[in-house]
Design a protein around this ligand. Structure first.
Ligand code: PAF
Length: 290
């Protein structure tokens, strides 16, 4: 496994994979790798001959009062996990490599970033789309794998690549969950034992929404209220609970009957820790199997 911190060396290594006639799979991450990331690596390996993982805590996708400084950084362990997972290339750039002095460019995707996380984290997606553009410009043609836990990010990155003609096939893989239903997230590491227990209200609310979605004539507003009730009864501070079109990411009017495919997405705080999760009706299994 080659660990590379220089961007031009990483570009050459990615070019080298293709020059040997091999397909490159890419898993962009911010490190603190857990089983969810390793599932993305496995998904990339199923679709490509060589896998590259990028480990970079991207400052531009964090707002001024967010957790950039305390975001978990576990490089030694991440490298061990990548090696054990059969990764060929790991890219670990510095902030100066990705944002050299004098840089002035940001990439923005409209409309899809207007609601959900885009509403409460105004700079977030611009940071994500800027860094993903830079990373994919270094990797060149590849299949890039993202998790559906960050469903809005997945849709935004798909749009970005289509609109900017980036030569990456973007694949979204199912959310990986703990046996009790909590979605794996690097931020779960922040939770105290009691907050970890309370966080189960999130998969509980989404599982109930999937059941509720099967009721004839149920409206988007009723699904939203059910989710909000479960979260607030468990003492979570709701950032949003939104029922939206799963492709356009625009919230559905409250009084419309729920269409067969709808995105039910939540963001909620336990103390200072903000967790997100989602399901798409008719696509995803219940987070807590019945
Ligand atoms: O999902 C993440 O870990 C990040 O948002 C990404 C895509 C690596 C960009 O920094």
């Amino acid at each position: 496994m080659d660990v590379i911190d220089d961007k031009e060396a990483f570009r050459r290594a990615c070019d080298g994979v293709r020059l040997r006639g091999e397909r490159l799979g890419v898993v962009p991450t911010m490190g603190a790798l857990h089983a969810g990331h390793l599932r993305l690596v496995a998904g990339a390996a199923e679709r490509a001959d060589r896998v590259a993982v990028t480990l970079f805590v991207n400052p531009t996708q964090f707002g001024p009062n967010e957790d950039f400084a305390r975001y978990p950084r576990t490089l030694a362990q991440d490298l061990e996990r990548c090696a054990a997972a059969g990764v060929s290339l790991v890219f670990t750039p510095s902030v100066e490599q990705m944002y050299p002095p004098g840089e002035r460019t940001r990439v923005r995707v409209d409309s899809l970033t207007e609601h959900l996380c885009g509403r409460s984290r105004p700079v977030h997606f611009e940071g994500v789309t800027t860094i993903v553009t830079k990373l994919l410009s270094l990797t060149g043609p590849c299949v890039a794998v993202f998790g559906r836990k960050d469903y809005q990010q997945l849709k935004v990155v798909q749009r970005l690549c289509a609109d900017l003609l980036l030569p990456a096939e973007i694949v979204g893989l199912a959310t990986v969950r703990e046996p009790d239903g909590l979605a794996l997230s690097s931020r779960n590491a922040y939770l105290s034992a009691s907050d970890r227990a309370r966080a189960l209200a999130i998969p509980r609310a989404l599982s109930a929404a999937l059941v509720h979605a099967g009721t004839d004539g149920v409206t988007a507003g009723e699904i939203k209220r059910g989710v909000e009730q479960t979260l607030s009864q468990a003492g979570l501070r709701i950032d949003y609970a939104t029922v939206a079109d799963p492709d356009l990411l625009q919230p559905l009017a409250h009084d419309v009957p729920l269409p067969p495919r709808a995105l039910v997405a939540v963001a909620a705080y336990l103390g200072d820790t903000r967790l997100i999760d989602n399901v798409v009706t008719s696509e995803d299994p219940p987070p807590i199997p019945s």
